[in-house]
Design a protein around this ligand. Structure first.
Ligand SMILES: Cc1ncc(COP(=O)(O)O)c(C=O)c1O
Length: 365
């Protein structure tokens, strides 16, 4: 166990059992489609694969994205590698043009890997603060002017918000006029409760996606990027050929199989997520917490006083794992993932309620 002053997500990842209730990790607990296992007994491919990704998988994806061919995709080790390669490739392209410290715009709160990835790639981070979990177009427009790339994540981890289509269209226009890259992280595109996903478009849009969330295949590590910017796609493939080479080919075959499952698989999963969303949202509102109702993904981000005490005490005294909002750029909040059964959500909420009531009663004014 770590130290009270140095709470990190690493302390909680993989901690389970012994009555622990984890609202921590953003990993679906539902099963992947049964079809993905069926390839295993006959699978024989053990050689290096194409660095860009297996052709059958890229072709299947090309049928889902407008105006694209298999050439517009690179299959990666999860969305994580797609984000990393895209950022470092953009930085590399800019460096060759003499731009050594380009800026990258982040919408805060952000997914907690964005800031390290942006820094590792050598970008200077610039922030636009969300208001009520939403992008403020005026602030976005003012900040994006100096940047070479912007990261958009709708539906968002950690806010659970889905941006308005007008906002996304305004972002497409501003960035296209200025020739700025958009990295649109759409890993939750199939987990939206309020409308269909809106696919951001433009000559320098890089769409990032993954089989982790939609198909509950986090450990297989299959994600991808899609872009009509051929210079960027070429640079990403070149970089990947010297770093990780091909993404696991057996995992890609399983991902390909996932693309063939009927849409009813996704619809069924969405119903489960929505029921959990309602339960946790209403439960937290009843406790008196201030939070946004999630419109997508599977997170809530309530405002909680003394969040570090809360996260620490809930873990050590009440066996409940939660993540500090500070890791996501939201220092007055705590993030809960609701990727767990309803009975666990109910029990977890009961423990939170007991703790907060006890804390309020014994607090020295
Ligand atoms: C917004 C966002 N992007 C990317 C990832 C990473 O996904 P993957 O498992 O595909 O690497 C996550 C995982 O939680 C996420 O929430």
């Amino acid at each position: 166990m770590g130290d009270r002053k140095e709470l990190t997500a690493a302390m909680f990842i993989g901690v389970r059992g012994d009555g622990m209730i984890s609202f921590g990790s953003g990993q679906p607990d539902l099963p992947p489609p049964r079809e993905v296992y069926q390839i295993l007994p006959d699978y024989t491919g053990f050689k290096y694969g194409l660095v860009q990704g297996q052709e059958n998988l890229r072709e299947a994806l090309a049928r889902q994205y407008p105006r694209s061919t298999a050439e517009s995709f690179v299959i990666t080790n999860g969305a994580s590698e797609a984000l990393d390669l895209a950022l470092r490739s953009i930085a590399w392209i800019r460096q060759k043009k003499g731009d050594h410290r380009p800026k990258c715009l982040l919408c805060r709160p952000y997914y907690y890997s964005y800031l390290p990835l942006v820094r590792y790639a050598g970008f200077e981070p610039v922030f636009t603060d969300l208001v009520d979990g939403r992008i403020v177009p005026e602030d976005f427009q003012a900040k994006v002017r100096d940047c070479r790339v912007v990261l958009i994540n709708s539906p968002s981890n950690p806010t659970g918000r889905v941006e308005a289509i007008e906002t996304l269209k305004a972002i497409e226009k501003i960035t296209e006029d200025l020739g700025i890259y958009i990295l649109s992280d759409e890993v939750y595109k199939d987990l939206i409760y309020v409308r269909e996903n809106y696919l951001l478009k433009g000559p320098h849009v890089v769409t990032i996606n993954s089989f982790s969330k939609t198909f509950a295949m986090t450990g297989l590590r299959v994600g991808y990027l899609w872009s009509l910017d051929t210079e960027l796609v070429r640079t990403v493939i070149e970089m990947k050929s010297h770093t990780s080479m091909n993404t696991s080919i057996i995992a890609q075959e399983m991902a390909y199989t996932a693309t063939t499952v009927p849409k009813s698989y996704m619809d069924e999963q969405l119903k489960v997520w929505e029921a959990r969303r309602d339960l946790i949202y209403e439960g937290m509102a009843a406790i008196g917490l201030d939070l946004w109702k999630p419109e997508g993904a599977f997170y809530v981000l309530p405002r909680i006083e003394d969040p570090a005490d809360f996260v620490w005490d809930m873990f050590t005294d009440h066996k409940v794992i939660t993540y500090l909002g500070e890791w996501f750029g939201a220092p007055d909040r705590v993030r809960f993932s609701y990727a767990l059964d309803v009975d666990k959500i109910e029990e977890g909420l009961a423990r939170v309620d007991r703790y907060l009531k006890h804390r309020a009663k014994h607090r020295v004014k």
